[in-house]
Write a protein that binds this ligand. Structure first.
Ligand code: SAM
Length: 319
């Protein structure tokens, strides 16, 4: 556990400047506090392999303390980081449980997924959300999992197999090209975009933050817009798309969505909320910029002691 002062010293200076310029001081302090301590472990029970009750029995008999969450019946949150204790369980090795941060479970839950749909996961590795969506679809229908990085793709294929998912086809291609190749095809699309990862900064893990810089954020924002356009092109009229990032940076979140809304008349924002999950509304302005009021319907998860920072936007392509 570190102090805010320590966080200010360790995190990139430009990041601290951005944080306090973009957000009120209390919120910025909160983000630093979020980075100052390790998150407690959390997991998703893979409903394709197991019901949650036998898993809870095993965890209790291993002496682990956890709680359920009102917004996702398959999620368990532990009282501390207990990764090593979880990784030795047979439930871990045979894919009955999947270790996943709570915030990462949110984007698929915003999509109205059903068995039998055709779904596109445009930035898919290592497959946390691909496998979650497959479980939500009861392993019926199809998911095209696209990932540009072939090494990360191997990890996705391993996770898909371990969790007993049979509806995923993988493609190691650039997601920005997919929209043109499969226009108006998918019922639902997830664009869980590559991002600067500010929501996952951890002071005890410098690799989470040492490569952060303003130029990188700008470059990522350009890529995010291209990926989001591609995802929307691939979406059927009437279909739903979730855009998500694990950063709190407005340049990669609200500004990306606002640019898309300005460029296309075929999409509308729908409220991104989950019953039982406390979140904050997307921003409609910072000191430097203003965005349409519809952006309030997007979701910000501000870093807390149990959740990493995340951003989600639910879009619908007009019929
Ligand atoms: N959705 C994943 C999950 O829940 O396990 C995490 C995705 S991670 C935030 C973003 C992924 O996008 C990375 O694996 C990265 O390699 C991939 N990526 C980056 N650029 C891409 C592109 N142009 N096309 C497809 N994937 C891309």
């Amino acid at each position: 556990m570190y102090s805010i002062g320590e966080a200010r010293k360790r995190l990139p200076k430009e990041y601290i400047e951005y944080l306090y310029a973009a957000f009120p001081a209390k919120a910025a302090d909160g983000a630093l506090q979020g980075a100052a301590r390790p998150l407690p472990s959390s997991l998703r029970v893979n409903s394709l392999r197991s019901d949650i009750h036998p898993v809870m029995d095993t965890l209790r008999s291993s002496g682990l303390k956890f709680q359920r969450l009102p917004w996702f019946p398959q999620a368990l949150l532990f009282d501390a980081p207990v990764l090593k204790k979880l990784q030795i369980l047979p439930e871990y090795s045979d894919g009955r449980i999947y270790l996943q941060s709570l915030s990462s479970m949110v984007p698929p839950l915003l999509l109205p997924l059903h068995a039998g749909q055709a779904v596109l996961d445009l930035c898919a590795a290592p497959g946390s959300k691909t496998t979650q969506m497959a479980a939500m679809m009861r392993n019926q229908g199809s998911i095209l999992a696209v990932e540009v990085d072939t090494l990360r793709m191997e990890r996705l294929q391993y996770n898909v197999k371990r969790q007993g998912v049979i509806i995923v086809e993988t493609q190691a291609v650039d997601g920005t090209k997919v929209g043109r190749m499969s226009a108006d095809y998918f019922d639902a699309v997830l664009v869980d975009a590559p991002c600067s990862g500010e929501g996952r900064f951890r002071l005890d893990d410098p690799k989470t933050y040492r490569s952060w810089n303003v130029r990188m954020v700008k470059k990522l924002a350009r890529l995010q817009k291209r990926l989001l356009h591609s995802g929307l092109d691939a979406l059927k009229p009437g279909g739903h798309l979730v855009y998500s990032t694990c950063t709190i940076n407005t340049n990669e979140n609200e500004a990306v969505v606002a640019a898309i809304l300005q460029a296309r008349s075929d999409v509308e924002i729908l409220p991104a909320r989950l019953p039982g999950l406390k979140v904050t509304a997307g921003l409609t302005q910072t000191q430097e910029e203003r965005w349409p009021s519809a952006l309030k319907q997007t979701m910000r998860i501000w870093p807390t002691p149990v959740m990493e920072g995340f951003y989600c936007c639910l879009l619908r392509k007009r019929s």
